[in-house]
Design a protein around this ligand. Sequence first.
Ligand SMILES: *[C@@H]1O[C@H](CO)[C@@H](O)[C@H](O)[C@H]1NC(C)=O
Ligand SMILES: *[C@@H]1O[C@H](CO)[C@@H](O)[C@H](O)[C@H]1NC(C)=O
Ligand SMILES: *[C@@H]1O[C@H](CO)[C@@H](O)[C@H](O)[C@H]1NC(C)=O
Ligand SMILES: *[C@@H]1O[C@H](CO)[C@@H](O)[C@H](O)[C@H]1NC(C)=O
Ligand SMILES: *[C@@H]1O[C@H](CO)[C@@H](O)[C@H](O)[C@H]1NC(C)=O
Length: 486
Amino acid sequence: MRDHSLFHQRRLLLLFLLITLTQLCPKAESAACHVDDESGLLGFKSAITADPSGLIASWKRGTNCCTWHGIICRDGTRVTSISISGHPGPGKPNKSLSGVISSSLTKVKFLEGIYFRDLHHLTGPFPDILFVLPNIKYVYIEGCKLSGPIPKSIGNLTRLRALSLARNRFTGPIPSSISKLTQLTQLNLAGNLLTGTVPAGIQHLHKLTLLSLDGNKLSGPIPNFFRTFSNLRILRLQHNKFTGEIPTSIEPLAPNLAFLDLGHNLLTGKIPDFLGKFKALDALILAHNNLSGTVPKSFANLTKIFNLDLAHNNLVDPFPELNVKGIESLDLSYNKFHLNKIPKWVISSPIIFSLKLAKCGLKIRLDHFNPSETYFYEIIDLSENKICGSPVTLLNRMDYLVSFKASGNKLRFNLESLRIVNTLKELDLSRNLVFGKVPKAVSALDRLNVSYNHLHGAIPASATKVPVSSFVGNDGLCGAPLPPCK
Ligand SMILES: *[C@@H]1O[C@H](CO)[C@@H](O)[C@H](O)[C@H]1NC(C)=O
Ligand SMILES: *[C@@H]1O[C@H](CO)[C@@H](O)[C@H](O)[C@H]1NC(C)=O
Ligand SMILES: *[C@@H]1O[C@H](CO)[C@@H](O)[C@H](O)[C@H]1NC(C)=O
Ligand SMILES: *[C@@H]1O[C@H](CO)[C@@H](O)[C@H](O)[C@H]1NC(C)=O
Ligand SMILES: *[C@@H]1O[C@H](CO)[C@@H](O)[C@H](O)[C@H]1NC(C)=O
């Protein structure tokens, strides 16, 4: 399946997997499992009130528990890992478990890893079993519905190598005792309802390769404490309420950091020069903050960057010339740039799939925008510029386009000459000089806006569900949702 817009998620996922897989060592052998393990697992099962898709249906008394779904044993007898996922993969239906995590899991004494992912209806507080299991090292309880505070005693879990409680409903602050978990290589508390500031003690977690605190309600400054994190590859702090500047202490992360997302916060000040030294950086997302000043010239050295998102800040000209080999996704929209032209390094990129340059002061004739490769293009947003001419030649080269937005320009072309590919879901041409009739093919779109143009004739009957505001302001359009044709 062609699915290029997932490049980054995939890249990130791969990074996670590489780190995670090295910690799993599946070994299923034939001897029967230990009686305590069987009893502990069956106790877990009895606290599950619904298993509609039979995720743990194979867990049956008297059968070898090392062969049960999701169970991994060492030496064919002792259970070392439980791995149950409710999200088997794209295209396959989701599964879920309802119930709570039973304390009888503490009988499974050799348990080293718990991997519960996307079980959606698994509820209850922070699992106390973690305090009792003597060998537990890897805990991934993600996409479930655990709630309540993260206990202060979390600092007791000093043997943990990885802890993810991502996408649950934990509330309250991150306990400062978390600083004692110095063996952690991954800490992921993303997608909860955590509040307060980031405890300074996190700086003691020297071994972290991944720190994800995104999608919470954390506030205060981003702590100036990254100097000690020489192994950090992924730093995700986006979608919080962080204030202040991008801390200077992230500079030492330059050799290894591959992914930096500080977007959707309340950050101010300039983009620091030293970010240009982050040669391993693959994705840099600073969007939706209040950053000001220019983009540093040093960005010319970010030759490996695939995903650059600086949208919705207060950045000003001049935008530096970059030396990227192939950008995949670029968003510079809604700053104070006057780029005039689409940068050369964008036009020459062989793998770009998402280009967003809304309100970037572009003054081009769209017919002259002739990217060297169009195969991967899925998303284009050129809204609110001074672009004239016609997008027809460009768009008719793109076989897999999903979204084209160019509202508030001076595009002048016959809408009927635009090829509407099967993949197209969104077309916004509002406030231009588009003429001709509305083609029937637009009814396949999820979102259409051709308001304030010079279209005429009857709106195709198949497009009557489109909101009226998508058609108003044309010279001669008629028919539902507008008034009937005469
Ligand atoms: C399945 O779960 C995933 C991850 O939680 C979610 O993104 C997706 O929308 C779900 N799909 C369906 C069909 O519910
Ligand atoms: C954490 O450790 C302290 C000190 O050893 C102990 O008193 C406390 O009971 C432990 N808490 C839990 C939940 O295990
Ligand atoms: C963003 O920063 C500018 C100064 O650079 C300031 O005038 C403006 O109020 C800030 N906006 C927000 C939403 O904080
Ligand atoms: C790029 O890196 C080189 C070597 O580290 C440095 O000398 C040069 O000044 C940098 N370029 C910019 C524009 O910062
Ligand atoms: C269509 O665009 C106009 C002008 O840009 C806007 O006011 C209107 O809300 C849009 N309608 C829809 C349905 O997007």
